[in-house]
Design a protein around this ligand. Structure first.
Ligand code: PEP
Ligand code: MG
Length: 577
């Protein structure tokens, strides 16, 4: 029996990576075994010139892919190709390849060995984020090799709209696909934070990752149903399954169209409670996208995009230009700029961040800012200069102790004095808040509340710290569900503490855009929810279906449950009230 027959009419379960339903024929991206020609006694000058030419050709391709992804998915998603371009010119990599070439080795073997050396070094590091960069190094290495061996860039031809199936997808593979013909992505490997997941979400395609290698045995053209919401695919479905699936898909599409039509209206519950629904963005271009999806402001501007994928720190004028561009789009709507949150899974080469055993527990975010005040001041001054005429708010990430909050506010005051004494105006009233994403801040929320204008709860980090489950490690992903009562109870007590003292409270972690979580957050009395722009229309619709009182009854039950899955089942089984 062939393995492709073994997986007929089967449901495979993986990890839900991007929501949505799709049905279509499979197009399997088969890996080609590459034989690297090996030779010695070559002319170093000739081989060096060949390698330089291949790198130049690969660099042009990467720039073209970058432009394509920036146009189709956004600048933040395209930034990965800046890192790829940097690999091509990496001094240590080139030195290693050149040493072999100088010994007479041919360019293909010299380059392939150097790539493999650095990729396997990365794989041995304890940090899963750095391990994952090995795939990027191999991706870039393969592209240069394609030119050296004269293969031309390998790709997947899609003659008709298809479900793309592959082991994992490197960013350049994804970017080379004709987006309009991709119905969905299914990968054998990868986790919920993989490049496939991020790009699929940005393109609005469903994706299921981590399906296991059986999926690679599929024959091209086999019918596949993809449920990116549940994280399942059905292979070669029978007629009844196909019919039910297409009914669900039709209903989901009709509902999404209705929700998009009402996205510009406010989100008000049946008992007249208004919840502010705002967007998380990480690039200047996303501000306009947020408005199109009905965002009432920006609840989280991740300013890291200004720091990543570059060789030197951004200047005050670069900061200022970016903030002004976003504020111009948002006019008088609130924009919460979070000061830099580098470290953890977000490296910046020029900061010389030391390799740490536990980067998420290490030197990151406000901890770096407070120890590098000159760097911090550049960002704070630019934010203050951008503030006049707008509702710009400043938020500090990763606050764990009250001393950090006070020190950050003191730096802001220092920056304000510097800006005003240089003759620049600053908005008279500017809200200053903090993220609650470290359990210590959640527990002592009543103390923090006296010294802040608002809290924004970062459930991504709050969950990883509460559950002790690294958010980038797919092996512990099952522990990292923010619907866990241990996380929900903290959210509830933060809101209560804040409302007793005065600050308003929002959520800006992924939980805010999670349809199961929305009634719970409503019941916990959140004032604001901030999420990826694409999630806004559906979240507003959910808020309108519930009453605040009904949501409170629901959450009272949820807080007594003992697992995230029990909470999700309860929400799904409860009709809005
Ligand atoms: C969070 O931790 O929930 C958050 C919004 O911040 P980030 O995802 O950028 O760490
Ligand atoms: Mg965070």
């Amino acid at each position: 029996m062939s393995s492709s027959r073994e997986i007929r009419s089967r449901t495979l379960t993986g990890i839900a990576a991007a929501q949505g339903l799709a049905a279509g024929p499979a197009a399997v991206w088969r890996e080609q075994a590459v034989t690297i020609p090996r030779g010695t006694g070559r002319q170093p000058a000739t081989e060096t010139a060949r390698l330089t030419a291949a790198r130049a050709a690969a660099r042009n391709e990467i720039r073209a892919l970058r432009a394509k992804v920036a146009a189709e998915a956004g600048q933040a998603e395209a930034a990965i190709f800046d890192a790829h371009e940097m690999f091509i010119d990496d001094a240590a990599l080139l030195r290693k390849a050149q040493q072999a070439i100088d010994r007479g080795v041919n360019a293909e073997a010299a380059w392939a060995d150097a790539i493999e050396f650095f990729a396997s070094q990365l794989e041995q590091l304890p940090d899963p984020t750095l391990q994952a960069r090995a795939a990027d190094v191999r991706d870039v290495g393969g592209r240069v090799l394609d030119h050296l061996v004269g293969r031309g860039a390998a790709g997947l031809r899609l003659d008709e709209p298809s479900v793309v199936i592959s082991r994992d997808l490197a960013p350049s593979q994804i970017a080379s696909l004709p987006v309009a013909r991709v119905l969905a992505f299914c990968t054998a490997e990868g986790g919920p934070t993989s490049h496939t997941a991020i790009l699929a979400k940005a393109w609005g395609k469903p994706a299921v990752v981590g399906l296991g290698t059986a999926v690679l045995e599929l024959r091209d053209g086999t019918a596949v149903l993809v449920d990116g919401t549940r994280g399942e695919i059905v292979i070669d479905p029978d007629e009844q399954t196909t019919r039910e699936f297409s009914q669900r898909r039709g209903a989901a599409e009709r509902q999404a169209a209705t929700e998009r039509g009402a996205a510009g209206d406010p989100a008000i519950t049946r008992d007249h409670r208004r919840v502010e629904v705002v967007a998380n963005i990480g690039a200047v271009e996303e501000a306009a996208v947020a408005l199109q999806h009905g965002a009432e402001g920006i609840g989280l501007l991740r300013t890291e995009f200004l720091y990543l994928s570059r060789r030197t720190a951004p200047t005050e004028d670069e900061h200022l230009a970016a903030y002004e561009a976003i504020l111009r789009v948002m006019a008088s709507r609130p924009v919460i700029a979070r000061t830099m949150d580098i470290g953890g899974d977000k490296p910046a080469p020029y900061l010389d961040l030391p390799k740490e055993a536990n980067p998420f527990l290490g030197w990151r975010a406000i901890r770096i800012s407070l120890q590098r005040p000159e760097l911090f001041a550049v960002q704070l001054r630019a934010l203050l200069r951008a503030s006049p005429g707008h509702d710009l708010r400043i938020m500090f990430p990763m606050i764990a102790s009250i001393d950090e909050l006070r020190a950050a506010k003191a730096e802001l005051e220092r920056a304000r004095r510097a800006v005003t004494s240089a003759g620049h105006p600053v908005a008279a009233r500017l809200q200053v808040g903090m993220m609650v994403e470290v359990p210590s801040a959640a527990v002592l929320a009543d103390q923090f509340a006296r010294e802040t204008d608002f809290f924004s709860i970062g459930t991504n980090d709050l969950t990883q710290y509460t559950m002790a489950a690294d958010r980038t490690n797919e092996r512990v992903a099952h522990l990292g569900d923010a619907c866990h009562p241990a996380v929900l109870r903290q959210i509830g007590s933060v809101v209560q503490a804040a409302h007793r003292v005065g600050p308003w409270v929002g959520v800006c972690g992924e939980l805010a855009g999670d349809p199961d979580a929305v009634p719970l957050l409503l019941g916990l009395d959140l004032d604001e929810l901030s999420m990826a722009p694409a999630a806004i229309p559906a979240v507003k619709a959910i808020i309108r279906r519930w009453s605040g009182a009904g949501a409170k009854r629901l959450v009272a039950k949820a807080l007594d449950l003992d697992s995230a899955s029990a909470v999700r089942n309860l929400v799904r089984a409860t009709a809005p009230a």
